[in-house]
Design a binder for this molecule. Structure first.
Ligand code: FUC
Length: 332
């Protein structure tokens, strides 16, 4: 079943929310603006509970700083100045963050709704976002009968370019207004990337063990965040290198009470960001915006891959389309 709802306008263009419902009553809602994941609602005794941080209206999505729910591309994370052979448009000092100032998250996409999937397509020219190559991109959200959400990211190009997309959903599994400090997190990782002051990775790896980065077993986020209070960030904004794994092995699991989200990806990194400095410039409705109100878990290829082939390949070349997938499973 597909329902549509008007969701305001961006730069004069009408934005539409599309909702799919599966046989269990799980509901997935996306916007054509930013190919944004707006809500993931699970059935509970009194109705539905949304597990995502969601702004009540389109004004929340015109803010580009939090990227909540947005599709991120062409390249997730940070590309430091000079790390790529060609100059890229900067939007954080001299760094290109999350696809730069005209990345996927800022664009209107063409939507096509089917019974179990929402398909967003976009032709993006080099002139439009400042990356080399004109690309055709397709982002497909599928809601399965077994309460999985699959996001498929596909792209083709006419010139060599880069493609390392992700989704920037923030989770908060609480029914009420509590932060994610009462959640447990597990990550299939034993190392994370050292970063410079501007958060661009140095290329060096650091061990997770015996530090606030050790999520090898289910770990209370309150305890982990307490350790992180000695850091500048006072929380997580970090790139975890995933342990080599098969596509059917979870890369991460977030749990609160009976509810959990389990993530799968064949890529080698997970960025974890705990909304460390969020304040009242953001509006998440009944969830009061403040530090740790949500946790973003962004599956991707390690951003160091842009200049260091040891960490993967994010190149996109003509005649060789790329396809990446992130899978989320929900228990509730
Ligand atoms: C994550 C972080 C960034 C940024 C963004 C909203 O991806 O790596 O620092 O704050 O989220």
């Amino acid at each position: 079943m597909v329902e549509t709802q008007a969701f305001g306008t961006v730069r004069g263009q009408a934005v539409t929310a599309y909702t799919l419902t599966n046989a269990h009553g799980v509901r997935l809602t996306c916007l054509d603006y930013g190919a944004t994941w707006l809500k993931l609602e699970v059935p509970i005794a009194s109705g539905w509970q949304n597990l995502l941080l969601t702004s009540p209206d389109i004004s929340g999505y015109a803010d580009l700083g939090s990227y909540h729910g947005k599709t991120i591309g062409r390249v997730a994370g940070r590309i430091g100045a000079g790390k790529y052979a060609q100059a890229l448009p900067a939007n954080e000092g001299t760094t290109t963050l999350h696809g730069g100032p005209h990345g996927f998250s800022t664009l209107m996409w063409q939507a096509q709704a089917q019974a179990d999937r929402l398909v967003f397509t976009r032709h993006i020219t080099s002139a439009e976002d400042g990356f080399p190559g004109n690309i055709d991109v397709k982002v497909t959200y599928t809601l399965t009968p077994s309460d999985d959400v699959l996001i498929d990211f596909e792209a083709a190009t006419d010139q060599p370019t880069l493609f390392n997309p992700t989704n920037h959903a923030y989770w908060n599994l609480n029914p009420g207004d509590d932060t994610i400090q009462n959640h447990q997190l597990t990550i299939n990782s034993s190392q994370h990337f050292e970063v410079q002051a501007n958060k661009v990775p140095t290329g060096e790896l650091l061990a997770n063990a015996h530090s606030g980065f050790d999520f090898a077993r289910p770990t209370n986020l309150a305890d982990a965040l307490a350790i992180m209070q000695t850091t500048v960030e006072k929380g997580y904004d970090d790139i975890f290198l995933l342990t080599p794994h098969t596509p059917d092995m979870p890369i991460a699991k977030l749990t609160q009470g009976p509810r959990s989200v389990t993530m799968y990806s064949s890529r080698n990194a997970l960025v974890v960001f705990t909304a460390n400095a969020f304040g009242d410039e953001l509006n998440f409705g009944a969830k009061t915006s403040r530090p740790y109100i949500g946790i973003a878990m962004e599956a991707q290829t390690a951003s160091s891959a842009v200049s260091d082939p040891r960490y993967g390949d994010i190149s996109l070349v003509p005649e060789q389309p790329r396809h990446e997938q992130i899978k989320y499973h929900f228990d509730y």
